[in-house]
Ligand binder design. Structure first.
Ligand code: DND
Ligand code: ATP
Ligand code: GLN
Length: 553
């Protein structure tokens, strides 16, 4: 039995389905850990397949590939180097489990299954995995290690059971998606588990974007006295060696680096950047294109795109029509120049008017209305998709959560596009993010320092510029009021009367409630985007499209 263990923690960015690449990444990490002198390397939840693999797990070919990769890595451990705790799906007796495999001495020593499968919010694990029995510790070179998997530490049961079966400390592999202000939630949970069991805990989380989810890393270690032994950075890959020593009081992790975890605007900004970067890169796009209107939404999306990919991978196009103010042209050009991106102006009058001419007899001289406004938006959407088809960039779409909530966006028009980095940010948060980015370029961002969004874009009244002198507030309440009502309805599921009790006008709340419900059909056709809040549209909030319910309060 040893009294010393050096454990490498691999906070890495796997890709869902890329089993060969994930295996290669694991081998590289193990080689690095061996150089550091590690006895054991810990990987994150389902690292071998990437997390969350969703229904891929149901395919027998996928299950087989994952197993072969785990067995290949197990064979590597015959070299006498570090053992490995690897997250992987595992099939036994016809059931598929969300598992960890302990690999050592050239073989799969043991496997343990996740007990508590999350099945709420964005998680659907009961759909694809069977729940395992309450796990006992694994025995690694004479040390009994508890390995609860992610959700297993969100309640006390599994850790208690592990402590009762003589676990000496916990190594917890996680696939815990980012949400604003979640860092404290995780820390409090780990404090609770450490307090209940008196055992130290390693909380290791993956990093990177996977469709709408983004994982922040932010892994850490708490000793049995609840002191923070180590804090890994957010948003970055890192392999770190932790040194464990057994004393009279049990195991202690020697204090190591404590990275500062930015919160508030910094974390929101970096989540949007990494979510967009990984979506674009992991789906094989060399570049992106977006319509730059001189408005705040497209300006922040341009800044996020440049910070994610670098200016040379971002193309911005101004698509003016007769309602585009000359100040919008100036603002768009100034924004593009500040960001250093390729910028074109493609006037759309001929296409808009050509389309109107084609429809003239069908429309039978009916007066112009929103139909003609939407044609402008759809011409812009078509132009951007044409650039995408011709040159290959993915279209970044720019609707914020306030617009997406109330359907203030045109289907097959400004809603066109592959990915939306601000989909889960209300308009008031978009303004705050723009101000933040003008003051601070967060670490890991590839754009220039300093002001990248001209002040006029932030201070002018927002407008879709689809008719003369239009502003958003012709159709919508002021955004601070709208956003508060929306947050009450969406994030907090509050009743109309409770929202009115906050000081809002009842008719307005009822109007917003109605707009929210009737726009569900648009959201179902919207591009994916980065989850930031506790209740993103989509998997986090599954409302019916056909829905006659209205709150009677
Ligand atoms: N339940 C349902 N299921 C399936 N489809 C449904 C539907 N209800 C309506 N529809 C369809 O949807 C159509 C209406 O939706 P849509 O065509 O999008 O048009 P609509 O929502 O009527 O108009 C677009 C709105 O977005 C605003 N806006 C704001 C900011 C920027 C931009 C921009 O474009 O740049 C636009 C614009 O001012 C206008 O208020 C209907 O004609 C109908 O075909
Ligand atoms: N003149 C334009 N040139 C290029 N793209 C445009 C133009 N007008 C609209 N778009 C595209 O359509 C999107 C929707 O317009 P919208 O008015 O909602 O956003 P915005 O102009 O960026 O911001 P704001 O709403 O604050 O004015 C824009 O973000 C942009 O991508
Ligand atoms: N993968 C999981 O089990 C994640 C669930 C957990 N509640 C989290 O968000 O961290």
């Amino acid at each position: 039995m040893t009294d010393r263990l050096d454990i490498a923690l691999a906070q890495l960015n796997p890709t869902v389905g890329a089993i060969d690449a994930n295996l290669a990444k694991a081998r590289e990490a193990r080689a690095r850990a061996a150089e550091m002198g590690a006895d054991l390397v810990l990987f994150t939840e389902l690292f071998m397949t990437g997390y969350p693999p969703e229904d891929l797990v149901l395919k027998s070919a996928f299950q087989r590939s994952a197993r072969e990769a785990v067995e290949a890595l197990a064979a590597d451990t015959a070299d006498g180097g570090p053992g490995v705790i690897m997250g992987t799906p595992w099939v036994e007796n016809g059931e598929v489990y969300n598992a960890i495999a302990l690999l050592d001495g050239g073989r799969v020593e043991t496997v343990r299954y996740k007990y508590d499968l999350p099945n709420y919010g964005v998680f659907d694990e009961k759909r694809v995995f069977a729940a395992g029995p309450a796990p006992g510790p694994v025995n690694f070179r004479g040390v009994r290690i508890g390995v609860p998997i992610c959700e297993d530490v969100w309640t006390d049961e599994v850790c208690e059971c592990l402590e009762e079966t003589a676990a000496e400390f916990f190594l917890v592999p996680n696939g815990s998606p980012y949400e604003k202000d979640k860092t404290d939630v995780r820390l409090n949970l780990v404090v609770a588990r450490v307090t209940e069991t008196g055992l130290p805990m390693v909380y290791l989380n993956q990093v990177g974007g996977q469709d709408e989810l983004v994982f922040d890393g932010s892994s850490f270690v708490l000793n049995a006295d609840r002191s923070l032994a180590l804090q890994m950075p957010a948003w970055e890959e890192q392999i770190v060696l932790t040194r464990w020593r057994r004393g009279e009081e049990g195991w202690l992790c020697e204090p190591g680096e404590k990275a500062l975890i930015g919160n508030g605007m910094e974390s929101v900004y970096r989540a949007c950047v990494l979510g967009l970067r990984d979506y674009v890169n992991k789906n094989g796009f060399a570049s992106v294109v977006l319509g730059l209107s001189g408005g705040i939404d497209s300006a922040i999306c341009a800044a996020l795109s440049v910070d994610a990919l670098g200016a040379d991978r971002v193309r911005c196009v101004m698509l003016p029509y007769k309602y585009t103010a000359s100040s919008s042209l100036d603002d768009a050009e100034a924004c593009a120049a500040a960001l250093g991106v390729d910028y074109d102006v493609v006037p759309i009058a001929e296409a808009v008017e050509g389309f109107s001419a084609v429809m003239k007899s069908t429309f039978d001289d009916l007066p112009a209305d929103i139909t003609e406004e939407n044609i402008q938006s759809r011409v812009r959407g078509t132009a951007l998709m044409a650039i995408s088809n011709k040159f290959g960039p993915m279209v970044v779409t720019t609707g914020n959560k306030s617009e997406v909530s109330v359907g203030y966006a045109t289907l097959y028009g400004d809603m066109n596009g592959g990915f939306n980095p601000i989909k889960d940010l209300y308009k008031t948060q978009v303004y705050a993010l723009a101000r933040y980015r003008n003051q601070t370029r967060p670490s890991g961002c590839l754009g220039p320092e300093g002001r990248v969004i001209p002040e006029n874009i932030i201070t002018k009244a927002p407008s879709a510029e689809l008719r003369e002198d239009q502003t958003d507030q012709d159709s919508l309440p002021p955004y601070d009021i709208l956003d508060d009502i929306l947050e009450c309805l969406v994030e907090h599921e509050m009743s109309v009367s409770d929202i009115v009790a906050r000081g809002h006008d009842r008719d307005l709340v009822k109007k917003v409630e109605r707009l929210l419900y009737i726009a569900e059909y648009k959201r179902r056709q919207a591009a994916p985007g980065v989850k930031i809040t506790s209740r993103m549209f989509g998997r986090d909030r599954r409302y019916p499209i056909t829905n006659h319910f209205r709150d009677r309060d």
